[in-house]
Design a protein around this ligand. Structure first.
Ligand SMILES: [Zn+2]
Length: 95
């Protein structure tokens, strides 16, 4: 099941879409927090037009756990690459 805290990201204006690939087969305990986390699971956060995460210039945030995702969400910055700018132009034309 996709965690509610992850689905809540959908309300973030910087987020376009979400994807989650669970792998409950492998879990580890974080030695610092004592919390169990999934090792093989992958969370994808597709950023909305005009935002980017400084991960090889991708409009995407990926992580193996929610703490990782939320950490990276703080690093999202406004994007003015050609792709985002042309996308914004297109959106202007659609009512
Ligand atoms: Zn961009």
């Amino acid at each position: 099941m996709t965690p509610k805290t992850f689905l809540a990201l959908k309300n973030n204006p910087k987020v376009d879409d979400l994807s989650y690939e669970p792998d409950n087969s492998s879990k580890e305990i974080n030695p610092e927090t004592g919390h169990e986390f999934e090792v093989g699971s992958i969370y994808w956060v597709y950023l909305a037009t005009g935002w980017y995460h400084d991960d090889e210039g991708k409009h995407l945030v990926t992580g193996s756990n929610l703490a990782d995702i939320h950490e990276q969400m703080r690093e999202i910055q406004p994007c003015e690459c050609d792709q985002c700018l042309s996308q914004k132009e297109q959106n202007k034309d659609t009512p």
